[in-house]
Design a protein around this ligand. Structure first.
Ligand code: SAH
Ligand code: MG
Length: 200
């Protein structure tokens, strides 16, 4: 783990921080999550950590950058997790997955979170969860004063749009947590709807 952190640090790879990761791993443990889809593997740090929570956990993770993909492949082998972590090289928006997962972790290009959510929400099992990382984006999302750089401003606007999208989403209930760089926990509402249907 220390080697991966060092590599990430030296190569500016934005892996999860300790607090965000702890929250994520606790969530997986407490909710008995067994199948995970991750968008944005980087060097495999979060995927490996998630897989290590329980020997029954299986992770599919997508990374579009080839250098990071190769580094992730190396790390997954080092931890002997090739059988439980399925690493895919490519742009997640171009990849079709049939399988349904207990849990999806979105941690890729922040400008495209709504697209990731819309594309992959059908792959969440009933009562499953989507967690999105970097929802506070280093505090910038809540910052009132003008952000100087145009690109950055646009990105912050995109994240704000995503937060509104989550709040308005009728199929998922979302809670926001100020842990790490900000996490949104969105739960599918199927069970509640089913009970209402059954009661009719
Ligand atoms: N989850 C990792 C960190 C991911 S950093 C960890 O905590 O260890 C975000 C990664 O998402 C980057 O490596 C970036 O290349 C990748 N990414 C961005 N947009 C993507 C896309 N559309 N499809 C797949 N990967 C993407
Ligand atoms: Mg992140």
């Amino acid at each position: 783990m220390r080697l991966m952190k060092k590599y990430a640090d030296e190569n500016n790879v934005p892996i999860m921080d300790t607090y965000g990761l702890k929250f994520l791993l606790n969530y997986i443990k407490r909710n008995n999550v067994k199948s995970i889809l991750e968008i944005g593997s980087a060097i495999g740090y979060s995927a490996i950590n998630m897989a290590l929570v329980d020997p029954e956990i299986v992770v599919t993770t997508i990374e579009k950058d080839e250098v990071r993909y190769l580094e992730a492949l190396k790390n997954i082998k080092r931890f002997n997790l090739e059988k439980r972590i399925n690493l895919i090289l490519g742009n997640a928006l171009d990849i079709e997955l049939e399988e349904k997962y207990d849990f999806i972790f979105i941690d890729a290009a922040k400008g495209q979170y709504t697209k990731f959510f819309e594309k992959f929400s059908p792959n969440v099992k009933k009562n499953g969860t989507i967690i999105s990382d970097n929802i506070y984006f280093h505090g910038l999302v809540e910052q009132k004063e003008r952000i100087e750089k145009k690109n950055l401003r646009q990105l912050v606007d995109k994240i704000k749009e995503y937060i509104i999208f989550l709040k308005d989403n009728e199929d998922f209930d979302t809670e926001f947590f100020k842990v790490g760089d900000g996490l949104a926990v969105s739960k599918r509402k199927d069970e509640v709807n089913e009970n209402i249907d059954n009661a009719k």
